[in-house]
Design a protein around this ligand. Structure first.
Ligand SMILES: [Zn+2]
Length: 204
């Protein structure tokens, strides 16, 4: 089966909607307000996905009231479903689909339980699989996947000048560094600490 098949969906205001949604594609559901986008996506697709999940993993132990089928004559071809509410997303550079849905915690647990360590003394712990913790993250970017660094092409206006004459692109004619309170005399103190001054050319 290469698609999700929905037949005669009648959840909320849906009027016997039948459609096929191909697998492995990014699908966008659009339409005017009240046309049933949310009913289709959340109340049919997500509801059925969660029902299947509960049925498979919790089965008979769960009360049947939570396992009601969405109103449709047929829903097939669903993969496990995750949903992310567009309104309650806390955005930070460290959030991913995995962290927002808490799937990532489950994956870390899985790796920690099933993984085999190459080193005899290294006990596998969940934190080793976290890109948000020092044990697990990449030491270069600390798990953010990006690195800040200075581009000399943008910083240096004229390397043959002194800093006071405007070697840096970011000093202003009245001897401040742009967008800061740093004056030329402060900059000179920094230079002095490094054994030169803002009046010696060719230092940057
Ligand atoms: Zn990195």
């Amino acid at each position: 089966m290469r698609s999700i098949i929905i037949e005669n969906a009648q959840e909320n205001n849906l009027k016997n909607i039948s459609l096929q949604i191909p697998h492995y594609k990014l699908i966008v559901v659009t339409g005017v307000s009240g046309s049933g986008k949310t009913s289709l996506v959340y109340d049919v697709l997500c509801a059925e996905g969660q029902r299947l999940f509960l049925e498979n993993f919790i089965g008979g132990r769960h009360s049947s009231s939570k396992l009601t089928h969405p109103k449709a004559s047929r829903i097939e071809g669903l993969f496990p479903v995750i949903s992310i509410d567009q309104n309650n997303v806390v955005r930070s550079p460290r959030s991913t689909v995995g962290t927002l849905t808490e799937l990532y915690d489950l994956l870390r647990l899985l790796f920690a339980r099933l993984g085999k360590s190459e080193l005899p003394d290294l006990h596998l712990h969940r934190s080793l699989f976290s890109f948000n913790l020092p044990d697990g993250y990449c030491p270069v970017c600390k798990g953010l996947g990006v690195q800040d660094h200075i581009d000399p092409e943008l910083l240096i206006a004229d390397a043959s000048k002194t800093i006071r004459e405007g070697a840096f692109a970011l000093t202003t004619p009245n001897n401040y560094i742009v967008y800061s309170q740093v004056t030329m005399s402060v900059l000179n103190q920094v230079c002095n600490a490094e054994g030169f001054s803002v009046d010696i050319p060719g230092k940057i």
